[in-house]
Structures are given as structure tokens and as C-alpha cells.
Design a protein around this ligand. Structure first.
Ligand code: SAM
Length: 473
């Protein structure tokens, strides 16, 4: 019998099947115990998070009033730590060459229906200019796993190219990286290249399903994949982003695994994941999502999101354009702190006039432009933020977490959100977005409590109006 040990560096010990099954049993047994649920909610209200067992009871709870309480608490916790800001980003697909055989992914090696494409540095430049012209400052680069076509040096060169391009007032100031599990040496190279977050989705924590869903290629190795974040952290990357591809296995199993992974990172490295992503399987070339019979209803998806927010209050939560505007409308109130906007999921998609579909990684369900998404967020009472200051100021890993836990992060993030939104309004917004955005800034500036910071921001807003860029605290 393999024993559960969150401090172990062995995948089967820190993501322990027996512990997950016992957790689900415990959650089933207690899901209607309102007294226990109240106790767990009381603990959660102290903003210190919950362990995977406690959170699993909340996820299993069927009481309507309690579920509403969970939603309200998720909203409140998000506001306590992250305020009413939503950070904006876009994915940039570099290459769809891949040697893996993942059953859910259109990049799988046997898919002869998609043209294979890898961007040259010149093509990356075009993509980046297109992204900058939309107003993006933060991107996540994505690539299939292929040591010949997409070796680490290609990824590093691409990052250098992306950071080097300054078109008009544009700049990509933070490059997050979503590439396959790799070695400590390669993670060191990524760290040296100045990446923001290293993102790697577990896909599924269920080992048997994992091995079935990844029948061939290096990704087949469950332990190597599951232990990747430890290698990344050993290499000095202290902002890592984890996630599950919901639909592949039972969501309650994944939820417990996800939280155990967060607990493991905290126990071993002293800092939990910087972000958690919650993608759901989508239709794509050669992929029929209905073949995965663990699909998650929207209602369950909302509950799951709120429960993650309550369990790990300091971790950013990301929603992509895999979700429709309707789902995003509901879910932004349940604890999400980052969303993508204006995304194109095909290799070279941003430089094309019309959205190309031939190399898409998944069907995009929110086709709005970045300006439309920004407009929508403002109308919903949020501040769209293009801030990238934290990692540039060295606020990463445990330093970020400390500032976040103490609530001090608000003193930087809120002013930075207003200054970067102002840049967006001046450089890229439609007249209507500019109008409502300026009103929002005028209102929100009064919420900066420290007078000298408020004065500083007011001064910089005028500077931005006069053509200066890139102010941050
Ligand atoms: N190749 C890298 C790896 O192996 O982790 C990551 C890049 S891949 C472009 C990013 C993510 O897209 C995957 O980790 C997976 O979760 C997600 N993905 C793959 N197929 C998908 C589908 N059909 N629908 C939604 N998301 C999908």
C-alpha cells in the first residue's frame, strides 16, 4: 500500500489514490451534515483556506442555501485578496507539432487532419504586433511537445523575440509559458529567459486514466508529468500554474487531486501554486468531447470554481475562452482573477484577418474582441487590469504570497490596474469603452486609501495622457 505523504517528492505519495478515495467517502458521508458544513464555512471565512477533505465536503454538499453561502463567500474572498480587478491575457500558439498521442488533444501525433505549423521568429514578430495592437501586455505561449521541432532553444528564442518587440506604444511585459514537462536544466533556461508563470496542466490526477489518455509519447509517464512542478521550483521558477482538464475523469476526484497538489507544493517549497486553471474539454479537430463521459455541467462547474476559491484564497484562478460569455458572466463572480480575451487558438491566428480554424487547438466559445471583453468587465463592476508589475518587481513565489496574505498586495495592484487600464483606454479602446473606462478610473481612484499613492497615480494618469507609458508600483 502506498502511503499518503504531502511532503514526499514521489507522485504516487503526494497525489495518493487511497487518500483521494477516502476523501470522497468522507465527503459523501458528511455532505448533508449541516453542522459540519457550517464549521467548515466558518473556517473558510477566516481566509486561511481549507484542506482537500474539508473542501471536498463543500463540493459534495447539496443544500441549496449552503451552496449560495459558498458562492457568496467565494465572491467575498476574491474581493478581499484580489479586489475587483480581473487580469487580462491572451494565449500565443507557437507550434502544433507534437509527438504525444493524447486522446483529447487535436495535436496528437496521429491526427492527419490538421496542417502542422511552427512559427518562425519573423512570424512570431507579426503575431506579437497583432497582440500589441489589440492592447495585450501579458501572454501565455503554448506549444506541442516535440524535441526536434520545438526544442527548448526554440522556446527560449521565441521568448526573447517576444520581449524585444516594441510596436508603437505596445509591449509584451510578461510571458507565461505552457509547455510540456521538462528537465531541471530546461526549467533553468526558462527562468533565465525571464518568464512569468510556468503553467502545466495535470490533465487528470487519476493515474490509470492518465495512462490510458496518454497512450504514447513522453507524456505517457505519469510520475514525470506529476513531479514537473517540483523540478520547475528546484530550478528557481517560483510561480507555477497548475490545472485539470475537466471532463477527462470524475470532477470530484480531480478536485481533491488538485488541492493535494497545491498542499504538496506548499509543504515542500513553502509556496503554493501561483495560479489554478480550470479548462473543460472542447470540440477540436479529430476530437469529439462527447466521447469523454465525465463532462461537467455548468452548475457543477460553478460550484467547483467557488470551492477552489475558498480552499486556496491566495491563488489566482484562470478562465479561458473555452467558456461561453454566458458561463464567463456567472463565473467571474465566483473567484476568478484572470481571463483571456480576443484569443485565437491557431498557430499564426492573430496575423490573419479572419479567425482561422484549420490549426485551432480547441473551438473558442467566446469570440468577442478584447475591447468588447474589457467593456463587458467594466459594465459588470470590474477593473480590467493589464498589470505585469509583480514579477518585474521581484514579487514572486513566497514574497507575492506574503503580500497577498497580508492584504498589502492591494496597495500595488489596484493603482497598477488603473494605470494600465488607462494605457489601454488611450491607445486601443473604442470610444464607448474609453468613456466608461475613464468614469471607472475617476471613481476607483478614490479607493486608493494612501494619499501619496493616490497623488502619484493621478500624476501618472496625466503622463499617460501625454504619451508616457509603463508606470507601476
Ligand atoms: N503541450 C503542452 C503539454 O503537454 O502540457 C501544453 C500545451 S497545450 C497547447 C495546453 C493545454 O490545452 C493542454 O494541457 C490541455 O489541457 C488543453 N487541451 C488539449 N486538448 C484540449 C481540448 N480538446 N479542449 C480543451 N483543452 C484542451
Amino acid at each position: 500500500m502506498i502511503k499518503y505523504n504531502p511532503k514526499s517528492l514521489i507522485a504516487d505519495e503526494f497525489i495518493n489514490d487511497e487518500e483521494i478515495l477516502l476523501t470522497l467517502e468522507y465527503a459523501d458521508k458528511n455532505k448533508n451534515d449541516l453542522e459540519l458544513i457550517d464549521k467548515i464555512l466558518e473556517k473558510a471565512k477566516q481566509n486561511k483556506g481549507l484542506n482537500h477533505r474539508e473542501a471536498s465536503v463543500l463540493l459534495a454538499c447539496e443544500d441549496k442555501d449552503k451552496i449560495n453561502e459558498i458562492y457568496n463567500l467565494a465572491h467575498k474572498i476574491k474581493n478581499d485578496f484580489y479586489g475587483n480587478r480581473i487580469v487580462m491575457f491572451a494565449p500565443l500558439y507557437l507550434s502544433n507539432y507534437c509527438v504525444n498521442g493524447c486522446l483529447y488533444c487535436p495535436y496528437h501525433i496521429k491526427n492527419n487532419n490538421i496542417p502542422r505549423k511552427k512559427l518562425s521568429q519573423e512570424e512570431i514578430k507579426k503575431e506579437v504586433i497583432a497582440l500589441q495592437n489589440m492592447g495585450h501586455k501579458r501572454i501565455a505561449i503554448e506549444a506541442g511537445e516535440d524535441p526536434i521541432n520545438n526544442p527548448i532553444d526554440y522556446i527560449i528564442d521565441s521568448i526573447k523575440t517576444i520581449y524585444s518587440i516594441k510596436h508603437k506604444n505596445g509591449a509584451i511585459r510578461r510571458v507565461n509559458v505552457n509547455i510540456a514537462a521538462t528537465t531541471v536544466d530546461n526549467y533553468k533556461k526558462l527562468k533565465e529567459a525571464g518568464i512569468g508563470t510556468y503553467i502545466l496542466f495535470q490533465e487528470t490526477y487519476h493515474k490509470k486514466s492518465y495512462e490510458y489518455l496518454h497512450p504514447t509519447g513522453p507524456k505517457h509517464n505519469y510520475a514525470y508529468h506529476t513531479e514537473a512542478m517540483d523540478r520547475a521550483m528546484d530550478a528557481g521558477i517560483d510561480d507555477v500554474g497548475i490545472g485539470v482538464l475537466f471532463g477527462l475523469d470524475k470532477y470530484r476526484y480531480e478536485f481533491a487531486g488538485l488541492l493535494m497538489h497545491a498542499e504538496h507544493l506548499e509543504a515542500v517549497h513553502g509556496v503554493g501554486p501561483h495560479t489554478i486553471s480550470i479548462p473543460r474539454v472542447k470540440r477540436a479537430s479529430d476530437i469529439d468531447p462527447t466521447k469523454f463521459d465525465n463532462s461537467l455541467s455548468d452548475e457543477m462547474f460553478y460550484k467547483l470554481t467557488a470551492c477552489i476559491r475558498i480552499a486556496v484564497p491566495y491563488t489566482g484562478m484562470i478562465i479561458s475562452t473555452r467558456e461561453t460569455p454566458k458561463v464567463r458572466e456567472k463565473i467571474i463572480h465566483l473567484g476568478v482573477s484572470q481571463i483571456s480575451g480576443g484569443s485565437r487558438t491557431s498557430v499564426g491566428g492573430y496575423s490573419e484577418k479572419e479567425r482561422p480554424h484549420d490549426t485551432e487547438q480547441f473551438d473558442v466559445s467566446d469570440n468577442r474582441t478584447l475591447d468588447e471583453v474589457v467593456n463587458w468587465l467594466i459594465c459588470n463592476g470590474y477593473i480590467p487590469s493589464f498589470c505585469t508589475a509583480c514579477y518585474r518587481e521581484g514579487r514572486t513565489g513566497d514574497r507575492f504570497m506574503e503580500l497577498c496574505k497580508s492584504g498589502q498586495i492591494q496597495n500595488c495592484c489596484h493603482p497598477n490596474a488603473l494605470m494600465t487600464l488607462k494605457e489601454f483606454l488611450v491607445d486601443y479602446a473604442s470610444p464607448d469603452t474609453r468613456r466608461i473606462g475613464e468614469n471607472l478610473i475617476a471613481k476607483e481612484i478614490n479607493n486608493i486609501k494612501t494619499q501619496n499613492i493616490q497623488d502619484f497615480v493621478k500624476k501618472q494618469l496625466i503622463q499617460i495622457e501625454n504619451g508616457k507609458r509603463d508606470f507601476y508600483l
